[in-house]
Design a protein around this ligand. Structure first.
Ligand code: SF4
Length: 500
């Protein structure tokens, strides 16, 4: 069998980092990890090709070569999925689809021959058996959650590593919390399932052997869902591995705010090579936190918690939401204060949306407030239900936040305040490797591109030069961070301010 694995194009969003990637000559932030994992579960005698439309075009040659197409997608790729399916059908290909988009709404799609839904560890073997027997069914689904102990190492050999800014890896699925707006627990359950330490080390070995050096994002929705296991087995082993291999990867992940309560865990993560973590901070309003059951965030000095994680050596990227029923008109100003004071540079502020599968979706539908399905882009100035405060008030307040944190002055001020206390980590065992240049040649020319695009052409050039000179003379070790944040700021202004 010749199987073509296709990852449809992502639109331009906050997380696409499209405008930042141009500076470093990369095509996409991350490879399609789900599809690479599915590829590793397909029969060994199949011929496989993978096309990620985010880094290369899907050509007729690919489609003529293939006997069957496998598509994986998230909600945000809904529109590009339809185009891909129609092209596959135009070439007479059988189409198999899986991933979160289809698991939550497969009935909305036409032209797909087989849906392999939920987690592929359970549903894919059934499809492959039936296919072999000549009798594949239209839908494969399960209510069970598989153990991850047998999940194979993803087939990173199928992608063009150099085109990505960072690689990805998965350690766990599921989250013990139950935030009302989140569909993760419906998709993956509340019990945290993890790969074992040997699997994790094998995956690090695999990427290392392929020559990857640089960023490695652990895609778990909550990496610290099982803290005991992390501290006892996984992190000590990763620390040893990193020291032995001279820290070839810089790690980042997503975690809940209770990470800031556990100093031992933060020390271990930093020792293991973590330098960044995304945290769902959501809102400064205690009422709104209670409303959405984000209880782990309640009764905290959130600014102090974020600063603590930063002080241990991890940059905190944050998710923020407005549009809760309990939000008062003052929430917009308070969000700006929270973001500026906590110095979260990468602050993804979105309007509350109700994704299918979340408890919020059910409640909003019961209350007759549902307008449409989510777009999957929580920074596209849209919400899929009628907000209690009224749509106009919400949009107006949202715009106030966006200009209050992403206009050049507050943005560069936030960066400077963060860098004032930034202490670059010195890893004794880090060793430079030629592959950093081979894989990321664009990083050298990025410096000149920032001078030209941000220092000459950009309207905010005055702020850019102020930050550069301040950093050069006051904080020279933070200069590369300052440059990186200047590039991020350019992307955020394009994504947010240009849409207003
Ligand atoms: S928002 Fe984060 S912490 Fe809350 S349920 Fe979802 S994954 Fe867990």
């Amino acid at each position: 069998m010749r199987a073509l694995l296709i990852y449809p194009k992502n639109p331009e969003t906050f997380w696409s980092f499209k405008y930042a990637l141009k500076f470093i000559a990369k095509k996409a932030m991350h490879p399609p990890l789900g599809l690479l994992t599915v590829a590793a579960m397909l029969p060994a005698d199949w011929e496989l090709k993978l096309v990620d439309e985010n880094v290369e075009p899907l050509t007729d040659k690919h489609l003529v070569w293939a006997e069957m197409a496998f598509i994986s997608a998230m909600v945000i790729q809904k529109e590009s999925v339809k185009k891909v399916v129609s092209r596959c059908k135009g070439h007479g290909l059988k189409v198999v689809a899986g991933g979160p988009l289809f698991t939550t709404s497969h009935e909305e799609f036409e032209g797909i021959d087989h849906f392999v839904l939920d987690e592929a560890e359970i549903t894919l073997p059934g499809f492959l058996r039936d296919l072999e027997a000549g009798n594949p069914q239209p839908v494969y689904t399960t209510e069970k959650f598989p153990k991850l102990g047998l999940t194979p190492s993803p087939r990173w050999d199928l992608i063009k590593l150099r085109r990505y800014a960072s690689m990805t890896i998965q350690y766990s699925r599921g989250c013990p919390y139950q935030c009302e707006f989140c569909d993760i627990t419906t998709l993956f359950g509340r019990r945290v399932r993890t790969k074992n330490t040997q699997q994790m080390l094998a995956e690090l070995d695999h990427l290392h052997a392929l020559g990857w050096r640089g960023g490695l994002f652990i895609v778990d929705d909550n990496f610290i869902g099982n803290k005991g296991k992390l501290k006892k087995d996984v992190l000590p082993s990763i620390i040893k591995w990193m020291e032995k291999h001279h820290y070839p990867f810089s790690l980042s992940t997503e975690a809940s705010i209770d990470l800031s309560d556990d100093e031992e865990l933060m020390i271990m993560m930093v020792k293991a090579g973590f330098d960044g973590v995304f945290v769902g901070i959501e809102t400064p309003s205690e009422e709104s936190l209670a409303e959405c059951s984000k209880l782990q965030n309640k009764n905290r000095d959130m600014v102090a918690c974020v600063k603590k994680i930063q002080a241990f050596g991890m940059e905190v990227r944050g998710g923020f939401i407005v549009g809760f029923d309990s939000d008062s008109p003052s929430v917009f100003e308070k969000q700006i204060e929270l973001i500026q004071n906590s110095r979260v540079i990468t602050a993804m502020v979105g309007l509350l949306n109700a994704p299918k599968g979340s408890r919020l979706y059910k409640r909003i539908a019961e209350e007759g407030r549902l307008l449409k399905e989510v777009t999957g882009d929580n920074t596209d100035f849209s919400t899929n239900f009628v907000p209690k405060m009224g749509m106009d008030n919400l949009y107006q307040g949202y715009r106030q936040i966006i200009s209050g944190i992403y206009s050049p002055k507050p943005y560069y001020d936030r960066v400077k305040n963060y860098l004032k206390e930034y202490k670059p980590l010195k890893r004794k065992k880090f060793r430079f490797h030629f592959n950093y240049i081979r894989l990321h040649p664009g990083y050298i020319s990025a410096l000149f591109k920032t001078f030209f695009l941000l220092g000459i052409k950009d309207k905010a050039r005055r702020h850019y030069w102020k930050l550069m000179f301040w950093s050069l003379f006051r904080k020279p070790l933070a200069l590369t961070r300052a440059l990186t944040f200047a590039v991020y700021g350019f992307h955020f202004r394009k994504v947010f301010l240009d849409r207003m």
